[in-house]
Design a protein. Structure first.
Length: 63
């Protein structure tokens, strides 16, 4: 399996709004912790080590 890099969220704006809402009222540290938990939840859902390595590499490129 390969990492999907083309847009695949049916309501990207809606998801972004929900993501921002989930962070509302959190401190910076709490926000970082929530992001870390979200990454781990989604990584568990994906489950494929190759895809996760590809995602890490792609995310690192933008850092």
């Amino acid at each position: 399996m390969a990492l999907m890099t083309t847009p695949n969220i049916s309501d990207a704006d809606g998801f972004y709004a929900a993501l921002l809402a989930a962070h509302k009222g959190l401190s910076e540290a709490e926000s970082h912790a929530m992001n870390a938990r979200l990454v781990l939840v989604l990584a568990n859902h994906i489950g494929d080590a190759t895809v996760l390595q590809q995602a890490l590499a792609l995310a690192r490129e933008g850092a």
